[in-house]
Design a protein around this ligand. Sequence first.
Ligand code: CO
Length: 457
Amino acid sequence: MSNIQITETVLRDGHQSLLATRMPTEDMLPIIEKMDEVGYRSLEMWGGATFDVAMRFLNQDPWERLREIKKLAKKTPLQMLLRGQTLVGYRHYADDTVDLFVRKSIENGIDIVRIFDALNDVNNIKNPLKAVKKYGGIAQVAMSYSISPIHTLDFYLNLAKEYQDLGADEIAIKDMAGILLPERGYELVKALKKAMPNMPIVVHTHDTAGTGSMLYLKVIEAGADVIDTSISSLGGGSSQPVTESIVKSLEGSKYPTNLNQELLSDIAEYFKTMRNKYLEQGLIDIQSYFTEPKLIEYQLPGGMLSNLVSQLKSQKAGHRYEEVLREIPKVRKDFGYPALVTPLSQIVGTQAVMNVLLDERYKICSKEAKDYIQGFYGKSSVPIDEDIREKICGTKEEYKGSPSDLVKPELEDARKEFAGVADSDEELLSCILFPQVAKPYLESKKTSAPIEIEILP
Ligand code: CO
């Protein structure tokens, strides 16, 4: 009998997938002490889009959220999602920024850092991984799951071994689109466990295509150690498979979870009230709860579908949706089969839209697409055709170095630039990551600060 461990995702991926990451800190805090007693392996509650959205849309300090939750979750490890060298932002940051960001994340309460890169390029993983180890965090390195002629079992085995050699404490399979089917997941986990018997294996999926819980059962049978689930009130659909359903299904099996089900039911009730509020506020797009098996064919992450629809509608081109869906796999092939996850999901999606709307392929390309094709985001899984590169970038030349080598140390300059704005390393990092958002946010926080001090005693 071996226990299977559960990472609860409602505080990060759960609400990122279903309500565009709009859950504010005050909706989380009242339930954390209960969540802390359930017996979860960890609470995923930070990173991904939460950092940006907290400041940009919720007018909240992401660092404060982390500290507040840490105060209440005394036993359960806190977990975050880090996009490799791009951290929680959208460009490659310098090594000194990466080091400071990881240090501050761990100092403020993060225990487990899940690090991934859309291109599975080791160059984008190694610096953050080094920093996580240096500051005493658990480095869980995730392989972005994708389907293409080159994404074979051996591809993932070799990648996992590379990450093991770099010092990964755990290996995760990140199936952000929910396209990893049960039998394939079984083979993959079985092979990983055979190659590295002592390495904990974590599996992350989304239930968008309705296949998530079958996948989990099979990977558990294959020896997976941890799976990601989300509490029922914000689970299922494009979120993770539902925590209580998985727990119930495994009860009495060879792989019990031993989570406290009474508490789970309280937590579900609590988030149900929150969900009703979000529904009233129009924050939940009902579409994200619908099962969409077509995704397996198109390989799109759930969030990307709804973005596409709104992008096309705003161009009065909603009727060309199917054409765009057909164009996406073609662009992805031309782009060397990147996994469709941030930022490549946006880059490929936007390109497909432009190719269709302009009735000519690659007539117009975004700066991001050009940078990616040039090699500035890292190495693509399959080399990009020279003719494609010439058409998009006007040159056959490719950048072959590591993306982070292009960014010079930036902390010293940033300290000068944000001297009057940032009062701490945490605030400085917010400014470096999202200058347009963090600056006004921090300035407004300061002007209202004296009032807060007055009313506090
Ligand atoms: Co996810």
